[in-house]
Design a protein around this ligand. Structure first.
Ligand code: CDP
Ligand code: CDP
Length: 222
């Protein structure tokens, strides 16, 4: 329901949001929202339909009726499995271009809020704690150095058999961070009530344990 507890995990690219949020959700038996996937799917849809990435009304229309489904870790767009395709670095860059458009962000609000169901939700993205779930029980902002994040993304791509170039990755990452932070619509920044966790020197599992401990404390004081 709309009152189910929410944990938000925001942060820049490859800070570990997805990995940490997914594992925390699994531990708690909560639902999981990968909000970045919605921006990626909208960008992929625009690309497939030949819609320019700065055509705000047209992209907002695509976002408002996004024909996507999430099924056991698989992402489907118009019934086609696009799980790997949406994770491509080029789609991440395209997603960050359409994510500056206010109408597109508005078009995705209801869909994101609809993920809040019993017994609870873990949501990751850029504005989960600041805009979409301002009343969340626990807000986390993950950070890590640009070097740590670029080498994580590199490893992830190589493990999936996708060729990657470290120099281009660092360049994309810095460009995407800058665009996400500088935009006026829901810029990437920690909510004033978020806990900031730097993951440069810790494992994903340590980050998960931290989040679970902090969440247990909020449950005790509630
Ligand atoms: O969702 P986001 O782009 O923030 O990052 P991710 O795809 O969840 O994580 C990037 C990679 O960093 C994954 O392969 C993680 O296993 C790894 N990692 C991490 O998430 N946290 C650490 N503290 C160390 C490594
Ligand atoms: O996994 P990674 O952190 O690289 O990217 P993502 O979370 O899948 O998000 C892709 C892009 O979508 C980001 O660079 C943002 O520009 C945008 N995004 C956003 O604006 N707001 C969100 N809540 C989630 C993603």
């Amino acid at each position: 329901s709309l009152l189910s507890p929410v944990i938000t995990i925001d942060g820049p690219t490859a800070s570990g949001k997805g990995t940490v949020a997914h594992r925390v959700a699994k531990h708690l038996g909560y639902h999981y929202l990968d909000s970045g996937a919605l921006y990626r799917l909208t960008a992929l849809m625009a690309q497939n339909k030949g819609v320019a990435l700065d055509d705000e009304p047209a992209i907002a229309a695509l976002a408002r009726a996004l024909p996507c489904r999430f099924d056991h870790g698989h992402v489907l767009l118009e019934d086609v499995d696009v799980t790997d395709e949406v994770r491509a670095e080029a789609i991440g860059v395209a997603a960050s271009k359409i994510a500056v458009l206010q109408e597109v962000r508005k078009a995705l609000v209801d869909l994101q809020v609809s993920f809040r169901n019993t017994p609870g939700l873990v949501a990751d993205g850029r504005d989960m704690g600041t805009v979409i779930f301002p009343d969340a029980q626990l807000k986390i902002f993950l950070t890590a150095s640009a070097e740590a994040r670029a080498s994580r993304r590199y490893k992830q791509l190589i493990e999936k058999g996708i060729s990657a170039n470290m120099e281009n990755l660092v360049k994309d990452l810095i460009e995407r961070d800058a665009r996400d932070s500088a935009r006026t619509a829901a810029p990437l920044k920690p909510s004033p009530d978020a806990i900031i966790l730097d993951t440069s020197e810790i494992t994903a599992e340590q980050a998960v344990q931290n989040v679970l401990e902090w969440f247990a404390k909020t449950q005790k004081s509630a």
